[in-house]
Design a protein around this ligand. Sequence first.
Ligand code: GLN
Length: 285
Amino acid sequence: MTTISQALGEARHRLQATSPSPAVDASILLCHVLGCSPSHLIAWPDNQLSPHQAMQFEEILQQRVDGKPVAYITGEREFWSLSLKVTSDVLIPRPETETLVEFVLEKFSSSPALTVADLGTGSGAIACALAAERPAWNIIATDSSTEALDIARHNASLHKLENIRFVHGQWLEPLTGLDLDLIISNPPYIAFDDPHLVQGDVRFEPEAALASGKQGMDAITHLARQAGQHLKAGGWLIVEHGYDQQQLVYDCFQQAGFENIVQLTDLAGQPRVTAGQHGKSGYAR
Ligand code: GLN
C-alpha cells in the first residue's frame, strides 16, 4: 500500500529529470486522481491510495515523465479565476495573457455595450474572461479550428457566459460587415525555427497557435493591415506578442496607420502587449 506522502515523494523524484516544477506537478496530478484539494494532501499525508488510485496515478505520472503538459493530462487550466477545459487542440492559457485582459478591462471599464472580437480564441480564455467581467459587451470569438471552437463553446457554457458568439473562420474573414469597437488577439507569434517549439510543454501544443513565419510576425502583420476595415473610427486593435517583438510590432502598427500606440509589459517585466487606435476622427468616447 502507498500513502499520499510516499506517492508524492516518489513522483517528485521521478519528475526531477523532465519537469521544471516536480513538486507542483506531483501535487496537481495526485489531486486529480484523488479528486481533492492540495491542502488535503498536506493534512492527510498518511492516508493510503486504493490500488485503483495508485494505478491511475502511475499512469498519468508516466505521461508527465514523458513530457505531456500537466494541463493536457488533467484537461483543465485556470485563467482569470475561471477553470477552463483544455485539450491538445488548443494552446494552454498562460499567465502573461492576463496582462492583455487586465489592460482591456482597465482601459474600457466605463464603456457600455462594446462590440469586441477575440480572434484565434483557442480555448476561449480571453473571450470568457472578458465576457465574465463585462456582461454587457457583445463578444465575437473566432477560430480557424472547429475543434478549438468546440472547446471555447464548452468553456463559455461551463461558466454560463451568454454574451459570446462563436464563429468559424480565419482571422478577420468571418467578421465581414461588422463594425467593431475592439479587436483583440493572442495570435501565434513565435518564429517558425525557434528552438522553443521543440522543447518542454510547447512541443505538445498546436503549432498553428504558436508559430507564424520567419520572424513570428505574419499573423500580427496580417491583423494590423486588415483590422482597420472592421473597426469603428477610433476603435482599438490589441495584440499579445513576444518579449523581443516590441519594436517590430510598434513599427507594424504605425505603418498600418494606428495611432496612440501603447505597449505594456507582463508580470515578469517582459514586453508583451501592444494596442493601437484606428485613426479616423469623429469617434467620441
Ligand atoms: N507565450 C507563448 C510561448 O512563449 C506563445 C503564445 C503564442 O504564440 N501566442 O510559449
